[in-house]
Design a protein around this ligand. Structure first.
Ligand code: FE2
Ligand code: FE2
Length: 140
C-alpha cells in the first residue's frame, strides 16, 4: 500500500525536478511499506537515510535551477529546505531507538510535508517562471 502517489497534476513542468519529486515519493512509499511490514525498526533506518540523502540532493538541484532562472526572492524557499533537512536529521536521531509506530508517524509527517512543499512552494516558483519568462506549460 502506497502512502502518497505522485500524480501528473503535481508536475512543476520541469522534467528533472519532476523525476526527482517522483523519486522522493517512491522512496517514501518504499519506506512506509517497509515499516508497515517490518518487525525491526533497524531495517528501515537505511531507507530513512536514503530519503534524507535524496532530499538534500534534490534541494541542491532545485536551488541551482532557481538561481539559473533568476527566480526572485528564493531565500524563503531555500530556508524551508534547510529547516526540513534539519527536521529529518533531528527526527531520525530522536527516533533511532523508538518503536515502529513512532516511525510510521514520522514517515507520514515527512510525506505530508513533502507533498505540501511540492504543491505550494515549488509550484509557486514555477508559476513565477511562467509569468516572468514566458514559459508555456505543456501537457506531458
Ligand atoms: Fe522540490
Ligand atoms: Fe522546494
Amino acid at each position: 500500500m502506497s502512502l502518497l502517489s505522485w500524480k501528473p497534476e503535481y508536475s512543476v513542468n520541469q522534467t528533472l525536478l519532476d523525476s526527482q519529486h517522483q523519486q522522493l515519493f517512491s522512496i517514501l512509499n518504499s519506506l512506509y511499506e517497509n515499516t508497515m511490514n517490518s518487525l525491526e525498526v533497524d531495517s528501515v533506518l537505511p531507507k530513512i537515510d536514503l530519503l534524507s540523502e535524496w532530499t538534500s540532493f534534490h534541494f541542491s538541484t532545485e536551488e541551482q535551477y532557481m538561481r539559473d532562472k533568476n527566480v526572485a526572492d528564493i531565500d524563503p524557499h531555500i530556508e524551508k529546505h534547510r529547516k526540513f533537512t534539519c527536521r529529518i536529521d533531528a527526527l531520525r536521531e530522536h527516533y533511532h531507538n523508538n518503536d515502529l509506530e513512532v516511525t510510521k508517524e514520522l514517515i507520514i509527517v515527512l510525506g505530508e510535508w513533502l507533498l505540501g512543499h511540492v504543491l505550494k512552494d515549488d509550484m509557486k516558483n514555477m508559476a513565477y517562471l511562467d509569468t516572468n519568462h514566458g514559459i508555456h506549460r505543456t501537457i506531458n
